[in-house]
Design a protein around this ligand. Structure first.
Ligand SMILES: [Zn+2]
Length: 332
């Protein structure tokens, strides 16, 4: 009986796999590393896309962001011959110091929030999302470095503020003079936010509910106003960059935080979706790096242990089948 069940399940899996392939193309990403020499040659990339295309229908390739025009031109020629679009993977509000001037984001105390450091040395400083010069600078980088490489679109990355990776200070940013004025226009006094945080500490971030449409319900109405305004300010900053690139005839894709963490980094899905052809929520379940869902949530808990987040865990969905090693991890 067991064998039959597995056989049927196998057929179902095969059927669902075939259905997916018939319905949708895939977008794949090629990470060349940052602005320096690319991690792969054009020949290696073409060979890989060729073999992947034999397994799944590839519709678009996101590639970046090494400064190697000839590589993009060669890969682009191959992709276009196959009817595949090539999108430029472009960081917007971080990792731009090497290629353009930009003003940094600061927290409410005027300090630059701490960077993230992996053992690899990866670290990124965020730029102010309000400064129009920052938006213009990254668009100029696109024009100068990628505009004549045959790209069909752009995939915008780092379109947010620092997360809890920079502690609470990273989330309570940007607090520069430009942003103070923008929050004021949204009806939020950043001095009052700062005073509330200093008086209440972690409790300022306490939540009492969550709805997919509206996100967290913050206990403190000022916190609710702050994160609503932050979503407007950061996301409209992203929209300006997206619209500018779209006016060049480019398709626009966006890399977004997981929906439940997005409000903390200023990503308002409703605004961003209006300026993108597609969005990719970063639902990275087991990624121990920025945007990883568990990683970011644990940082929230350690950054603000006094805030009432949600408590407890539901072990889904069959305790009869869960490996004991996995359960033991929870007891440690
Ligand atoms: Zn600012």
């Amino acid at each position: 009986m067991k064998k039959i069940a597995f056989f049927v399940l196998g057929l179902l899996a095969l059927a669902s796999c075939q259905t997916r392939q018939a319905q949708a193309g895939y977008i794949v990403q090629v990470s060349l590393g940052p602005w320096n020499a690319p991690a792969y040659s054009a020949g290696q990339i073409i060979s890989r896309i060729d073999s992947v295309s034999n397994l799944i229908p590839v519709e678009k390739v996101i590639i970046g962001w090494s400064l190697e025009k000839d590589l993009y031109r060669e890969v682009g020629e191959y992709l276009h011959g196959k009817g595949i679009k090539m999108l430029c993977w472009l960081p917007v509000f971080a990792e731009t110091e090497e290629v353009c001037e930009s003003t940094p984001a600061v927290d409410l105390w005027g300090r630059i929030p701490g960077n993230f450091n992996l053992t690899s040395g990866e670290a990124f400083r965020f730029n102010c999302p309000s400064d129009p010069a920052n938006a213009a600078a990254i668009v100029a980088v696109y024009d100068r470095e990628f505009g004549d490489c045959g790209f069909d679109g752009v995939f915008l990355d780092r379109i947010r503020t620092q997360s809890f990776v920079g502690g609470v200070s990273g989330v309570l940013s940007c607090g520069c003079a430009d942003c103070v004025a923008r929050y004021a226009a949204e009806g939020v006094d950043l001095e009052a936010v700062k005073a509330a945080w200093e008086a209440e500490g972690d409790a300022f971030l306490s939540v009492s509910g969550y709805a997919p449409e509206t996100g967290f319900t913050f206990v403190n109405p000022l916190a609710a106003d702050f994160f609503r305004a932050k979503g407007h300010i950061v996301s409209n900053g992203v929209a300006a960059v997206a619209d500018s690139l779209r006016s060049r005839g480019l398709e626009v894709g966006m890399d977004l935080f997981a929906p439940f963490m997005a409000p903390f980094v200023g990503q308002d899905y409703a605004i961003l979706a209006q300026h993108a052809d597609f969005v990719k929520p970063m639902l990275y379940r087991k990624t121990t790096a920025p945007a990883g869902m568990g990683f970011e949530y644990e940082l929230l808990r350690t950054s603000a242990p006094g805030a009432h987040g949600f408590e407890g865990l539901v072990l889904s969905w069959n305790i009869m089948e869960a490996p004991e090693a996995h359960i033991a991890c929870l007891g440690q």
